[in-house]
Design a protein around this ligand. Structure first.
Ligand code: ATP
Ligand code: MG
Length: 265
């Protein structure tokens, strides 16, 4: 395995799920073996990858409760990658995981549950992406504990920077207490509208503050990206020439170039 990346931002609606589904499909289209894990009870990544979230027998919920293995729960998604799906059952998982009878050091074990589950399948994949909910709860902590790095989607709007300092603070605490090797994979500008002066200003500000932590790929506001989930498909399978599809292909290429650089001879 090359990299496990949590896609997180406690701000809602910034493009986490859109990024999770479309980056998974774009990495797969570039020949990489990808597993996407949905840890959001909203199940948006699950639906967006063409899997009906209602009536799932196995899901990330049953995995976290130790009732199923990753192998039991995984399904083939639309777009050439594997998926561990989620639905609203997962909303109860937090309480149940901590209250499981055989847990001795309850919370600590509960936080490491996903990491332990991933270890069983890690060798089968090049990239494992985790779509997080817009909250900092036990599910997000599980994701941040299991991950090598965090990819942070950000809308280029006025309040974006404000939320970012909270997130960076959270990541620092994670590094101090739970996952000392956790890195920031990068900040991703999403829903970018080049016609808006504010979008341009915020994008430039991000460049100034975060330099090399900012992905060069910028995801434009693009109607195809917004429509694709209604077909249960990544945008690549809806309109691969669209600006949205191209931008996620570029993001995938950027990740690959970063982590799979050929040794020079
Ligand atoms: N680049 C884009 N262009 C147009 N629409 C987009 C784009 N990215 C995301 N959207 C739309 O914006 C909405 C929010 O996106 P998304 O669900 O990916 O955000 P999220 O961060 O996962 O939200 P949540 O915090 O609820 O999990 C969705 O309706 C999605 O289709
Ligand atoms: Mg989401």
């Amino acid at each position: 395995m090359i990299r496990t990346i949590a896609i997180a931002n406690q701000k809602g609606g910034v493009g986490k799920t859109t990024t999770a589904v479309n980056l998974s499909a774009s990495l797969a289209a570039q020949g990489r073996r990808v597993l996407l894990i949905d840890v959001d009870p909203q199940g948006n990544a699950t639906m967006g990858a063409g899997i009906n979230k209602n009536g799932l027998e196995q899901s990330v919920y049953t995995v976290l409760l130790g009732e199923a293995s990753m192998l039991d729960a995984r399904v083939k998604a639309q777009g050439g990658f594997d998926l561990i799906p989620a639905n609203r059952d997962l909303a109860g998982a937090e309480v149940e995981m901590v209250n499981m009878p055989d847990r001795e050091t309850k919370l600590k074990d509960a936080i490491h549950t996903l990491k332990a589950a991933i270890a069983a399948v890690a060798e089968e994949y090049d990239y494992i992406l985790i779509d997080c909910p817009p909250t900092l709860n036990l599910l997000t902590l599980n994701a941040l504990c299991a991950a090598d790095s965090v990819l942070i989607p950000m809308q280029c709007e006025y309040y974006a920077l404000e939320g970012l300092s909270d997130l960076v603070g959270t990541l620092r605490k994670m590094q101090q207490h739970l996952n000392p090797t956790l890195e920031i994979e990068g900040l991703l500008r999403t829903m970018y509208d080049p016609r808006m002066t504010l979008s341009q200003q915020v994008a430039a500000q991000l460049e100034q503050h975060f330099g090399n932590k900012l992905f060069k790929a910028v995801i434009p506001r693009n109607v195809r990206l917004a429509e694709a989930p209604s077909h249960g498909l990544p945008v690549l399978l809806v309109d691969k020439a669209s600006k949205g599809a191209q931008a996620y292909m570029q993001l995938a290429a950027e990740l690959i170039a970063r982590h799979e650089a050929q040794p020079s001879d």
